[in-house]
Design a protein around this ligand. Structure first.
Ligand code: FAD
Length: 369
């Protein structure tokens, strides 16, 4: 089959590998001019590990693993540690692999074979599914026809909007925003990751390898803005943390101001009754974002694209049967991941000072005990 994949994030690249390996001719289009490699380390866990082995990438993932979560510490305004986050609060298995998002993107990218081509600075403008194929017009003006279109274009998926309807029909905002910004090279590339909190806010520095990543989280109702407008993102973020001069907050906010690749988004989930319509199917965050609080976005991208490719291999003449099988086998992973995201926000960003003090006391008791 000729397959178009929209988006070259974790899901798009994994789709390129898995659909290419099962005999398809795959084209990936990525809106950005390059692989978007920023972000904090992500987890590969559970059945995604076995699938990564089958994809031939487990060794490379292992080789680039990092351990950072065991040293996450909550600090006070002067930098003294008030509580530590035990690894059991983040990971449910010591088999889980934490890998910088950048490294996972490169591992996946390097695993693409000649059956898959990747085009940067290109995006779908329009698509028309006539039952026998999908006519696609690209933003560059080029046109092409595909047997199948796979939407792997993330939380704010264009493929989903064009095929299934507006984002607001499927998006559930969990009440938080998250931002990540790389800090200039540090004199103190520490082994711990300190986080300062005050009610509804968390700001800190995650250290891994030679990288120091500024992490900012805050509670907020849904904010209406153009999610692609970097200046608007920075304004919202700087407003949320305005008036705080303690610890290294000013330094992190300076990094936000000057970051051309700032990652900022709502902490949200996507809930859809079905991930396919005609010859269009969604994978990864586009279909079922579980939010960064689940720690399972990359794993879901790997399992989902593998299951989709296997289902298409099994039902080459019957797309509907293949899509139903893909959904049936991927859905339990998604439900588990989406359910697991619930308590994370309250742990990281208690809403009141009392809840914050109780959180710290609970963590201290766990560390002692
Ligand atoms: C820059 C960035 C940083 C991230 N950092 C973290 C993090 O630190 N922690 C975490 O848990 N999760 C993070 N995520 C989300 C995480 O990558 C996903 O939850 C998970 O890996 C599933 O990946 P995905 O490929 O479905 O979505 P994404 O990783 O969001 O990838 C979607 C891709 O599609 C591209 N795209 C979007 N629209 C179009 C379009 N119209 N046409 C073509 N391409 C398009 C995007 O540029 C992006 O490359 C980040 C995502 C991005 C984009």
């Amino acid at each position: 089959m000729r397959i178009l994949v929209s988006g070259a994030g974790m899901a798009g690249l994994a789709a390129g590998i898995n659909l290419g390996a099962t005999g398809n001719d795959v084209t990936i289009v990525e809106r950005a001019g390059h692989l978007r490699v920023n972000g904090s380390p992500v987890d590969v866990r559970g059945d995604a590990l076995g699938i990564a082995r089958s994809m031939g990438i487990l060794e490379q993932i292992h080789a680039r693993r990092v351990t950072m979560t065991e040293r996450a510490q909550f600090i006070d305004a002067s930098g003294d540690v008030v509580a530590e986050l035990p690894v059991s609060e983040i990971s449910d298995s010591d088999q889980d692999i934490e890998i910088p998002r950048e490294d996972l993107a490169h591992v996946l990218h390097e695993a693409l074979t000649g059956t898959t081509s990747l085009i940067f600075a290109e995006s779908i403008a329009e698509l028309h599914d006539d039952g026998a194929g999908v006519e696609v017009t690209f933003t560059s003006g080029k046109r092409d026809r595909f047997d199948l279109v796979v939407g792997a274009d993330g939380l704010h998926s264009l493929t989903r909007r064009l095929t299934f309807g507006p984002e607001c029909d499927f998006l559930k905002h969990l009440g938080f925003y998250v931002a990540l910004t790389e800090l200039p090279s540090q004199q103190d590339s520490g082994r711990t990751s300190p986080f300062l909190s005050w009610p509804g806010h968390l700001i800190g520095i995650a250290h891994y390898n030679d990288t120091a990543l500024g992490v900012l989280n805050f509670r907020s109702d849904w904010i209406e803005y153009d999610y692609r407008d970097l200046d608007a993102q920075k304004r919202i973020l700087l407003d949320a943390f305005a008036g705080h001069e303690e610890w290294r907050v000013p330094e992190i906010l300076d990094a936000v101001r000057s970051d051309p690749e700032l990652y900022f988004d709502s902490v949200s989930q996507i809930h859809m009754p079905t991930w396919h319509k005609g010859r269009v199917v969604l994978v990864g965050d586009a279909a079922h974002c579980a939010s960064n609080l689940s720690g399972r976005g990359a794993s879901l991208a790997i399992t989902g694209t593998w299951l989709l490719a296997q289902a298409l291999l099994k039902h080459p003449e019957n797309l509907k049967a293949a899509f139903d099988e893909y959904e049936h086998s991927q859905r339990p992973y998604v439900t588990r991941a989406q359910d697991s995201a619930g308590p994370g926000g309250d742990l990281l960003m208690p809403a009141t000072q009392q809840a914050l003090d109780e959180r710290n006391e609970r963590l201290r008791a766990m560390t002692r005990g």
